[in-house]
Write a protein that binds this ligand. Structure first.
Ligand SMILES: *Cc1c(COP(=O)(O)O)cnc(C)c1O
Length: 359
């Protein structure tokens, strides 16, 4: 068996230790004679997994009892619709910060339900940065302020939460969830598709503040799309296998040392990689320096020919999935929690070698 250095943007690398547990438990889950996939979502074993995963998230994020945690389906893309469907009425305005393709998709959906004000956009700068501290032009009294904490495609990330002037923040944290400390008090709702930093595809973690959910009073919402349907109980069949894997990833996450451990490790990995990019003119980072992402590191080479060669030589060296998003090209190394320091070292060693031969 061979495991390569996987820099996939998503679905992304899952810790080998977790995959080994999944393999070992696949046919016979804890002496029950069936796989966890073959069990009722109301049964003892799955209920335990659901409770454990929520307890772990509560512990990791320091949530107390003031948040609901839900495991929903439809990806982060469904949240683009579900958030305004629940929280935005026709005559209300929500502010949506526009820092990339995912933000734009969220804006498009919100406009189906209410008014959208865009307090900042970096579209005319090729989304090469996020907003700075005093730059947001918020509307008067927005229903909420939506932002994308990490822009997976452009390799930009907020260092700290944008200042919403007291309005609840709603965050698409799909590509940096649990990668660092956040100021949880400022959030009304956070959502993240699992397939980047949390496990396999098929489940989206949605965390909503209880007293913020109480302000959602619209009644014309289909049952399955109403957050209140899912807040207190398992309503219908959840993606049980995906949640099972998320729970194992969270267990691994806590055993390794939790958020402070991963924040430090992620800083180290990003520093290493950006130093390699900045060491001369051969590699060129595409994000503006103070917006650089610690999760998706995007860069270019002097020509597209060299980029193609870089990708194929990298793959020969077991460094895979480094191609930039199809909409922007170039190189993208996604270095989520499950990507080890060793993998990043292997990449920076390769980068030096490649530059020496081709620079
Ligand atoms: C990947 C990604 C999405 C899309 O997620 P789906 O699960 O495919 O809907 C949305 N937002 C961000 C920030 C992402 O990285």
């Amino acid at each position: 068996m061979k495991r390569v250095h996987n820099f996939s943007a998503g679905p992304a690398a899952i810790p080998t230790e977790v995959l080994e547990i999944v393999r070992d438990e696949l046919l016979d889950y804890r002496d029950t004679g069936t796989s966890i996939m073959e069990k009722s979502h109301r049964g003892k074993e799955y209920s335990e997994i659901d409770v454990q995963a929520k307890e772990r998230l509560t512990r990791i994020l320091g949530l107390q009892d003031d948040f609901h945690i839900m495991f929903l389906q439809g990806g982060a893309s469904a949240q683009f619709m579900q958030v305004p469907m629940n929280f935005l009425d026709k005559d209300q305005t929500a502010d949506y910060i526009n820092t990339g393709v995912w933000s734009k998709k969220a804006i498009k959906e919100a406009k189906l339900f209410g008014k959208v004000h865009v307090p900042f956009s970096s579209e005319d700068e090729q989304f090469s940065r996020v907003s700075t501290k005093d730059e947001l032009q918020l509307s008067d009294n927005p229903r909420y302020v939506h932002f994308t904490s990490n822009n997976t495609i452009y390799g930009t990330q907020y260092r700290v939460e944008p200042d919403s002037n007291g309005a609840p923040l709603i965050c698409d944290a799909s590509s940096d969830f649990l990668s660092r400390e956040i100021d949880i008090d400022r959030y009304g709702l956070i959502y993240a598709g699992a397939q980047k930093n949390l496990g396999p595809s098929g489940v989206t973690v949605v965390i909503v503040r209880k007293n913020f959910l109480q302000t959602a009073t619209k009644t014309d919402i289909p049952t399955i799309l109403n957050y209140k349907t899912h807040a207190e109980r398992i309503f219908n069949t959840p993606p049980t296998f995906a949640v099972y894997m998320v729970n194992l990833v969270l267990k691994w996450f806590e055993e390794k040392g939790g958020i402070s451990y991963f924040e430090k490790l992620n800083d180290q990995k990003a520093d290493l990689l950006y130093s390699a990019i900045d060491s001369d003119d051969f590699y060129r980072g595409t994000a503006q320096p103070n917006s650089r992402s610690k999760m998706n590191v995007t860069f270019r080479l002097p020509s597209e020919e060299l980029e193609a060669k870089f990708l194929s030589k990298a793959a020969e060296n077991d460094l895979v999935a480094l191609k930039g998003h199809r909409s922007v090209g170039g190189i993208r190394a996604s270095i989520y929690n499950a990507c080890s320091l060793e993998s990043v070292k292997a990449l920076t060693d390769f980068m030096k070698h490649f530059r020496d031969k081709n620079g």
